[in-house]
Design a protein around this ligand. Structure first.
Ligand code: SF4
Length: 211
């Protein structure tokens, strides 16, 4: 019997995800590019639903970059206190607004290294922002994608998010990166969840090491 390569496995996963999630995208609400940057930063270790809940108020009360840059820390903390790590994130909200204004003339930079100069923006966040705003192919790995890649044994069980991103990028054609990123997050959020994955109805069970 022929052994299935990781590339074959990924192709089967992509075909299935295209079937069940043909049209998925970013679930964070935003209207302006800098609002997306802030929303993605806020979403670390927090659900998109809770981020959307706090940003609705935050962006209404502070409708411009200037307003956010001049916001009082305690007021921002107050608005976002229902999400995890809110104290640090409140500092980052104001810090991002100030840095975009002073260092980048009010525009979100396209360059990944430049983006990572913004407070609270690391490799994953920068990848998400570039893909969403500039449609630059990327496959940033969050906690869902990391878990799924390991369940399918696409990477070693001790691989970190960055190693997983690099490995997946080698297996998947660049044209699929952005869509696959969203599809895997959907799969991890709603079906292949951390604690109670829906294995009974999963058509990829034969590729997976969980059952
Ligand atoms: S069989 Fe279960 S754990 Fe494996 S991919 Fe499907 S839902 Fe996830």
């Amino acid at each position: 019997m022929m052994t299935m390569t990781k590339k074959n496995k990924v192709n089967e996963i992509i075909a299935y995800l295209d079937e069940i999630f043909p049209d998925v995208g970013c679930e964070l609400n935003y209207q302006k590019d800098y609002e997306l940057v802030i929303a993605v930063m806020l979403s670390a270790q927090t659900t998109d639903i809770s981020v959307n809940h706090v940003t609705a108020k935050l962006f209404k009360e502070y409708p411009t970059l200037e307003a956010l840059a001049n916001a009082k820390l305690e007021d921002v903390e107050d608005i976002i206190h229902s999400i995890g790590l809110y104290k640090n994130k409140a500092k980052n909200v104001i810090g991002i607004a100030q840095a975009v204004l002073t260092d980048f003339h009010g525009q979100i930079p396209m360059d990944k290294d430049e983006l990572q100069k913004l407070p609270g923006v690391g490799n994953k966040t920068a990848g998400v922002i570039r893909a969403e705003i500039f449609k630059i192919p990327d496959l940033p790995v969050d906690t869902h994608i990391l878990r799924i890649a390991k369940r399918f044994q696409l990477v070693n069980q001790n691989a970190d998010p960055y190693e997983t991103e690099m490995a997946l990028k080698k297996m998947v054609d660049e044209s699929h990166w952005i869509k696959l990123h969203h599809q895997l997050i959907h799969f991890g959020r709603y079906l292949c969840t951390a604690r109670k994955p829906a294995c009974a109805s999963c058509k990829l069970a034969h590729l997976c090491n969980v059952i």
